[in-house]
Design a protein around this ligand. Structure first.
Ligand SMILES: NC(=O)C1=CN([C@@H]2O[C@H](COP(=O)(O)OP(=O)(O)OC[C@H]3O[C@@H](n4cnc5c(N)ncnc54)[C@H](O)[C@@H]3O)[C@@H](O)[C@H]2O)C=CC1
Ligand SMILES: O=C(O)CCC(=O)C(=O)O
Length: 424
């Protein structure tokens, strides 16, 4: 008998509720190990921190920060840090839990963790952003470390923020510790290929899924939500493979071009203007209309809970590639499965980022750095191998790729849990 968590009150649409229902679906496939499954339904450790900083105008602001370590059975915690005004403890718990599943699905020697600050970073100056990042790092410094828990970039965080985190942790501990975060700038122990790795993983899993479905990438129409690190890199790789990016949406709006958006013009536009809105090479599309786009492939690569039941009924795509974490609500998942739309779930589809983070961590420890070709080849091999195993389990039990990924990952996590035992 396991008591409910007293500190969360999730709504039916919260990411934590979505995650719990995904775990429930996998229980019939865990055999004896299901005895240990409650361990997946509660984070091992959740730290909430106050982050006071002095703003440029001399006033003091306080931000709420989190670092959650969901499961550490297979190794140190690993997962990104998000800066967003809607971040909550429950959201970070779900994101940390999905990291446990993802890391086990690609067989990395990590547990799952995630962090975040409830802030709109676009409202901060660069100096304020640095002060907030450094204070947050000091506050969570009691639970992170190269062998304990290794943060990385997520929404609205980037290599510069990772550099400040690495520097702050190193100053506080008295020695340069490049392995404390990944996604760093290259000359500070970062890895070639990390910036585009998540988008590359989305492409690799999409390429494999399309091959199995008999869907030609050359000429395929693709719609992408989110044009940041993940969506931007995925769009470029699909376009290089001959696909047409017909629609793109981000926080500034949505655009459409039936002949394919010209990425050579769009990407610099986004960089300069902060988003797709106003791009002259496409027609303006309503945010809701975006989900009705005629396309073969839909890539949600922004935030959670975007594919609702209603949108799942309307979606025209045959293949959904979850670049974002948790973009599809459980009810919508069922509708897509009933409609024969293939979903490559987040916990494998976007695992390319953490896989190259793992390569970065290994390179930092050995102080020996690989070429970008080596990294991309190894990434491809790991993603293809992991997806193949997941597909076998899906075929064996006639279950969705999401439940199959959870089955593979939960078995690995719970086996480690069982073997380690309960008592110190
Ligand atoms: N950065 C990474 O390595 C990884 C990121 N992810 C996930 O991918 C997703 C995107 O992350 P990044 O590309 O890193 O973030 P980013 O900060 O680089 O880009 C986020 C994108 O989402 C868009 N967006 C924000 N709010 C939106 C809204 N309400 N409607 C439409 N678009 C909106 C933004 O305009 C931007 O284009 C997140 O779910 C993240 O957790 C998953 C694995 C690794
Ligand atoms: O690179 C990492 O360690 C984690 C990336 C991440 O946050 C994610 O996969 O959602």
């Amino acid at each position: 008998m396991t008591a409910e968590l007293s500190y969360v009150h999730p709504s039916p649409e919260s990411p934590w509720t979505t995650y719990l229902s995904q775990v429930d679906r996998v229980l019939p496939y865990l055999g004896e190990l299901s005895r240990w499954a409650d361990t997946l339904k509660r984070p091992k450790r959740a730290l909430i921190v106050d982050i006071p900083i002095e703003l440029d105008n001399g006033t003091i602001a306080h931000y709420e920060g989190y670092r959650v370590q969901h499961n550490l059975s297979r190794g140190p915690g690993k997962g990104g840090v998000r800066y967003h005004p809607d971040v909550t403890l429950e959201e970070v718990m779900a994101l940390a839990a999905w990291m446990s599943i993802k890391n086990a699905a690609v067989n990395l020697p990590y547990g799952g963790a995630k962090g975040g600050i409830r802030v709109d970073p676009k409202l901060l100056s660069i100096k304020e952003l640095e002060r907030m990042t450094r204070r947050y790092t000091s506050e969570i410094g009691i639970i992170i470390g190269p062998q304990q828990d290794i943060p990385a970039p997520d929404v609205n965080t980037n290599p510069q923020i990772m550099a400040w985190m690495m520097d702050t942790y190193s100053m506080n501990t008295g020695a340069t510790a490049t392995g404390v975060v990944t996604g760093k700038p290259i000359h500070l122990g970062g890895s070639l290929g990390r910036v585009k790795a998540t988008g590359r993983g989305v492409f690799v899993t999409g390429r494999e899924a399309a091959r199995r479905m008999g869907l030609e990438l050359d000429g395929a129409r693709v719609a992408v939500q989110g044009t940041g690190n993940v969506g931007g890199a995925a769009m470029e790789l699909f376009a290089q493979a001959g696909a047409k990016i017909v629609a793109a949406q981000d926080h500034t709006g949505a655009i459409y071009n039936g002949h394919g958006l010209d990425l050579a013009a769009l990407m610099p536009w986004i960089k300069e203007h902060g988003g797709v809105a106003g791009f002259p090479g496409g027609e303006r599309l309503g945010n809701e209309e975006f989900w009705d786009t005629d396309c073969e492939i839909m890539i949600p690569a922004a935030l959670e809970g975007q594919i609702t039941a209603d949108r799942a009924r309307r979606l025209k795509a045959k293949l959904v590639l979850e670049g974002a974490n948790g973009p599809t609500l459980p009810g919508a998942d069922d509708i897509l499965a009933d409609r024969g739309v293939l979903v490559v779930p987040d916990v494998i589809c976007n695992a390319g980022g953490v896989t190259v983070s793992y390569f970065e961590w290994v390179q930092d420890f050995s102080s020996f750095f690989w070429t970008e070709d080596e990294i991309n080849l190894r990434l491809d091999k790991i993603m293809v191998g992991a997806l193949k195993r997941i597909w076998e389990v899906a075929d064996q039990h006639r279950i969705t790729l999401r439940t199959a990924t959870f089955a593979v990952a939960c078995e690995r996590i719970l086996e480690a849990r069982r073997e380690r035992g309960l008592y110190p």
